[in-house]
Structures are given as C-alpha cells and as structure tokens.
Design a protein around this ligand. Structure first.
Ligand code: NDP
Ligand code: BG6
Length: 646
C-alpha cells in the first residue's frame, strides 16, 4: 500500500521550493564569534551559491570586537577558506557574497550601540531593498538573550514594516526552571511565531530523513510498535573532548549539551505518531505529544535507569596521549561534570508501552558516530530448533546519521553450502552512492526555513520545556550526589563499563557500528580484504572488562575469540604463573576455537580493557569463508604456542 501523501516536500510546508528565500536583512549578534565563522558563514555562502538567497539580502554583524565592515569582510574571507564545505571553492561567488557583509561595533548593554545599529539597519534595508524584513540571529551566549531583546525593544528597532523573526542558539535554558523563565521573558518581547529556537541536529539531512523514511514508505508503519520492536538505541559518540569550551561545559555536561536537545529531538522523530500533514504545527504537536508521554524518572529509577561518566587521561585513536577532563582548560580538578551518560527511557503510550529506549552519548570516545538502532523481536527458532546451531540475531534497522550517512537493514541469510545455516548480512543505502549534493553544515536548511517562515525544524516553548522535564530528575539526582568514581573511562575508550551493564542487565547489548578504519588499525586485520573486513565488522561484539576481571579461565570450553582494542591483560598458566602480557591490538582465545580444546591459560585484565569479541559460530564461519585469513591465524597460533600445532 502506498504511504499517504503527507510529504509534499521537506521540511514542513509546500513553501519549500528551489526559489530564493524572501528578501531580508540578517542581523547577527555575536558576529565575531566562533559559531559565525565556523557554521553560519559557510551555510550562508552555500545558500548563496545555490541561488537560495536572492539579490535583496544583506548581513549586518554586531559584536564587541572593534572592526569596521572592511575588516569584518577580511576576517570572513580568511575564515571561509578553512570552514567552507563546497566541493570546490568559487572565488567569484565568494566575492559577490562578501560584498553583502557589513558590521557595526557595539556592546550589547550599551544603548548607543542600538542607535547606531538602527541607523545601519535602515540604510542597508533601503540599499538592498529588503522590504522591511529582518532576521535577528543570536549567535551569543544565552546570558544576553534577554538583554538584547529588551534593548532592541527600547531602541524601537524590534518592529519593522516587514516580518521580524529571531533565531536563538542553544542552550535554551539550563534546567526546567530557567527554560520556563527564559520563555516567559522572551515572550514578553516576541510572539511565539517570531521565535526560532535552533537545534542544529534538525538541520542534518539524515535526521530529517527519519521523517521521510517513516512517513514516505508504507512498509514500516505496521512494524513500528511494541508488537514488532524489541527496543531502540540512540548513540552519539564523539572523539573530541571539550577542547577550549571548558568554561561552558563545566556548567553543562552531556545530559544538557547533547541528550536533552539533539537526542530527544531524534527520539521524537523516530517515535512520534504520524502527523496529519507536514504543516509545522502538525509535526511539532506530534513531537510534543510523544515527549510528553516519556515516563518521568523518580529518584529511585534515576539510580537504575541512568549512569554518568567522565573521561580521564588516555590515548586518542592515533596513539597520542591526551589529558583527562579534569586537566582541561577552565575545568575544576575535582569536577563532577559528566562527559558521558547512558539512560533508559520508556514511552507510556499505546505504540511504545514497555519498549525500552536506550540513549548514550559521550566525549573523547574511541570513535565518532551517531547511530540509531531499531531492534526487532527475535524470529521463532524454527531453523535451529533441535540443532547445535545458534539461532541467529534479530533483525536490526540502523540509521547512520553521521559521519556515515545512510540506512542499513541487518537480516539473516542462508550461508552458501549444503547445510541450512544462516549468517548476518546487510542491505544498505548510502547517501554518497545515491546523491550528488555537496555536504553542508546543517545550518543551510535552518536559515532558509526561517527566511521563508517555516518553523517545522525549530523548537516550540512546550517542546523545550517537555524535554527539560524529562532531564530534570537526572539533573537533580546527579547534583545531589556527585559521582564518586570519576574519571571512569579513559580518553579513546568505549565509555564506562556501567553503560554496558545498563543494557546487558536487560539481556540486550549495544550494537556498535564498527567502521573499517577501526579494524584497519588492528595489526591482525591490516592486510585483509574489504569483503573480510565487512563480514567481520558486522560480527564483532564489543565488551568492557574492569581491572582484575577474569576474561578466560583455564580448562573452560572456548566460546569466543578476543581482540584487545585498548588495555592490557596477563596470561597465566595452570599454576597461576604469569606467562605473558598482551596489550592494544593483540588477540587471544583463538587456540581453543581452532583446535576444539579447553582453554590452555587463564587471562585476566591488568587494566580496564575494551575488547572485540568474535563468537565461535561467527569465528568458524569467517574462517571458512576466508581461508587465507584462517591460514594466517593458524600460523600465528603455531608460532605463539609451539608444540600445539593445529
Ligand atoms: P563565542 O564566545 O565565540 O562568540 C560570542 C559572540 O558574542 C562574540 O562575537 C562576542 O563578541 C559576542 N558577545 C558576547 N557578549 C557580548 C556583549 N555583551 N556585547 C557585544 N558582543 C558580545 O561563542 P560561539 O560563537 O561559540 O557561540 C555562540 C552561541 O552559539 C552559544 O550559545 C553556543 O552555545 C552556540 N553554539 C555554538 C557552536 C559552535 O560551534 N561554536 C555550535 C552550536 C551552538 P567579542 O568576541 O567581540 O567579545
Ligand atoms: C553541540 C554541542 O551542540 O553539538 C557540542 O555543544 C557537540 O558539544 C556538538 O560537540 C556535536 O555536533 P555534531 O554536529 O558534530 O554532532
């Protein structure tokens, strides 16, 4: 059955076309800051190159820095070389664009600055014939949102003959109370329909595609519920630490910085009911409704359904040493700010009752990746019943949000050969294979939407407050009981062990999307073919061991092989004597699988260890499919354990 014709065009409304946005003067508060040069200018330049800005458009920047328009243009011309996202940089197009940039210096607390601003706005409005339309952009710390609004009001430049809209950057509030207060203050000066609260995740193509995927394809809706879906996982892992943002991050932490906004927005898209149309409020109503149905944690459930982490010193993936969070600039040496969190939520409605939704995010982790995994219920074990074969894994639908962009469906397929055995395979759609479009910053669609008055991709008062309401019990409980075990994961690690326990205690596990770049770093796999790595990547299972944990016990029947991603282990003989130590990139546990003999040694974690595990069934299959690798592995095993030839 075809999906109902909800989607005329994304985002939101039928106004979204290939036409230039409406004429306007864009006034950027904080124009000398990081956001302006890194994201706003490249995005505006992309819109300009794609003919989406039109002739009647100009930018007026204001900030404390003592610049004039020429100096501002020079700064932006230097920065765009670093930050533009075009496949090739068009000098001519930039020269035409940069001539539209203007600047006025001013302190946001100074009334005279607003007089100058007003005069400039008037002059530029007639020079560019912007028809009285004004877009204010608050690329500033939130602490000045109220100050600027009240001063614009006092100076009489908050109204104009055309439309006036204002974009506020995140964070929108610090907690539920401050978000309510901020909304109250801003609604004194602006009408709700003038306010555009930005969340740059909603500008990402792959995030918008969640809506397109769900509501433009008829096949998924009947499966999208508690009867078919076992659980859902959202992961946002970052390799970067807090860099030079320690001052801000100390007041934030990952729950405020990533989960309460970006991740809850993705959750809303994935779990909301179908809207009756793609009009902004139809979509935002459904988002608000699903967030409203998220069960609010009690102080007791905060303890069992959430955990936090903070990175300590470690090594980045290129092997360089990196400081822990407490050693970062502007961070307290006893900080209890969380740089990692994992939580389990439930949505109390008919569609999702009882389906756990796991979310985790952290900084300074082993890989960069944003992924959503929808895990379906396990098929009945008809194929393997009464045999020794393992039943295979449930189907998984994986949304690769970034840096890989695409969608993957993992299914079981019959392994070639006379026996009826199955293995995991995947069907995959990659953006890079299907679309030519240049990568943008994510801000393009947000700016353009605002310029055409489409608020679909922006948060509404009620949405912001509901998202804070979900986060608040964790904020309260964590503030009341600072973590005692920080730091609890190293830079470059997989996060705290407790994050694995959170999901494993429910009989589930995090699905790690392992890129070939990760496997290529492991010496054992360096010369392996692409097909081998592909097969391996979907079969490896990650796990974490604490210092002192027994990983393998002498005499046991081997069920897995282990590859150390990070950490070190000691190898003990039957008498408990240390025979060797193994570290990053080494592997163990293969001998008993190769020879079908009991474990010949005990292996204990000397430090916290992140390991990849290959289960025996997958090990056997991978070796059978890749005889070269099997030979290589046997040869290595023979060298390591002479006299036990396999
Ligand atoms: P910066 O500190 O780099 O820039 C802040 C800007 O505001 C500067 O131009 C500064 O001027 C100006 N400013 C601050 N106070 C005043 C004042 N009283 N009078 C005049 N000018 C003032 O911050 P960012 O650009 O990094 O961030 C801005 C906002 O964007 C924040 O809310 C942040 O959370 C958000 N954001 C930033 C991202 C990023 O990648 N940077 C990503 C996503 C969101 P001057 O430098 O001259 O003092
Ligand atoms: C920002 C956070 O909102 O999002 C940063 O403040 C984070 O801490 C960033 O690094 C992540 O954005 P992206 O687009 O790189 O996933």
């Amino acid at each position: 059955m075809p999906a109902p014709m909800l989607l005329k065009a994304l985002p939101g409304s039928s106004k979204y076309t290939d036409c230039p946005a409406e004429p306007c003067l864009m006034v950027i508060f904080g124009a000398s800051g990081d956001l302006t040069k890194r994201l706003l200018m490249p995005a505006l330049f992309n819109l300009h190159c794609d003919n989406l800005l039109g002739e009647n458009f100009a930018i007026l920047g204001i900030a404390m820095d003592n610049l004039d328009s020429n100096a501002f243009q020079e700064h932006m011309s230097a920065d765009i070389r670093k930050f533009n996202t075009r496949k090739s940089f068009d000098e001519g197009a930039w020269n035409r664009f940069v001539s539209k940039l203007h600047y006025t210096q001013g302190n946001f607390g100074d009334q005279a600055a607003y007089q100058r601003l007003g005069e400039k706005m008037k002059a530029l409005g007639s020079q560019y014939n912007t028809q009285g339309n004004v877009l204010f952009y608050m690329a500033t710390p939130p602490s000045v949102f109220d100050l600027v609004s009240s001063n614009l009001d006092r100076a009489g430049i908050k109204t104009s003959s055309g439309w006036v809209r204002i974009i506020f950057e995140k964070p929108f509030g610090h907690d539920l109370h401050s978000a309510i207060e901020l909304n109250r203050l801003l609604l004194k000066y602006w009408k709700e329909e003038q306010i555009y609260r930005i969340d740059h995740y909603l500008g990402k193509e792959t995030v918008q595609n969640l809506l397109a995927f769900r509501f433009a394809n008829g096949i998924f809706e009947p499966l999208w519920n508690k009867d078919r879906i076992d659980h859902i996982q959202f992961s946002v892992t970052e390799t970067v630490g807090v860099e030079n943002r320690g001052k801000y991050y100390e007041t934030s932490g990952v729950l405020r910085d990533m989960i309460q906004n970006h991740m809850f927005q993705m959750l809303a898209y994935l779990c909301m009911e179908p809207p009756s149309s793609f009009k902004p409020d139809a979509i935002r109503n459904q988002k608000a409704e699903v967030l409203d149905a998220v069960r609010i944690m009690t102080p007791e459930t905060v303890k069992t359904h959430s955990l936090r982490g903070q990175y300590g010193p470690g090594k980045r993936s290129d092997g360089t040493a990196a400081a822990g969070y407490r050693q970062e600039l502007d961070v307290s040496t006893t900080s209890s700010t969380e740089t990692f969190a994992a939580i389990k939520l439930f949505i109390d409605n008919w569609r999702w009752e009882g389906v756990p939704i796991y979310l985790r995010s952290g900084k300074s982790l082993w890989k960069r990746g944003t992924e959503i995994v929808v895990q379906f219920k396990q098929a009945p074990e008809i194929l393997t019943r009464g045999t020794n074969a393992s039943p295979g894994e449930p189907n998984r639908l994986i949304f690769h949000i970034q840096p890989d962009q695409g969608i993957e469906l993992r299914v079981q397929a019959k392994t070639p050969g006379p026996a009826l055995a199955t293995q995991k395979v995947n069907m995959r759609f990659d953006y890079a294979d299907s679309f030519e479009a240049s990568r943008g910053t994510g801000y393009e669609v947000l700016l353009y939407s605002c310029m055409i008055g489409d608020a679909t991709l922006f948060s509404r008062t009620d949405l912001v407050e509901t998202a804070w309401r979900i986060a608040q019990p964790m904020l309260d409980a964590w503030a009341a009981e600072p973590a005692q075990d920080f730091p609890n994961y190293p830079v470059g690690g997989w996060g705290p062990k407790a994050a694995y326990d959170l999901i494993e205690n429910d009989g589930r596990r995090w699905v790690e999307v392992i890129g070939r770049n990760v496997l290529n770093k492991i010496p054992l796999f360096q010369k392996c073919s692409e097909v081998f790595l592909h097969n391996l990547a979907i079969n490896l299972r990650p796990d974490i061991y604490s210092q002192g944990d027994l990983i393998i016990r002498h005499g046991e029947i081997g069920k897995e092989m282990f590859i150390i991603s990070r950490g070190s282990v000691e190898v003990l003989n039957e008498a408990g004597k240390v025979m060797a130590t193994l570290a990053d990139g080494a592997f163990f546990g293969e001998l008993s699988l190769l020879n079908s003999i009991p474990r010949t040694a005990t292996i204990r974690a000397l430090t916290p260890c992140d390991v990849f595990i290959l289960d025996k069934a997958d090990f056997d299959r991978v070796l059978k499919l890749h005889p070269d690798f099997a030979e290589n592995l046997k040869e290595m095993a023979n060298k390591r354990y002479p006299g036990r030839e396999s």
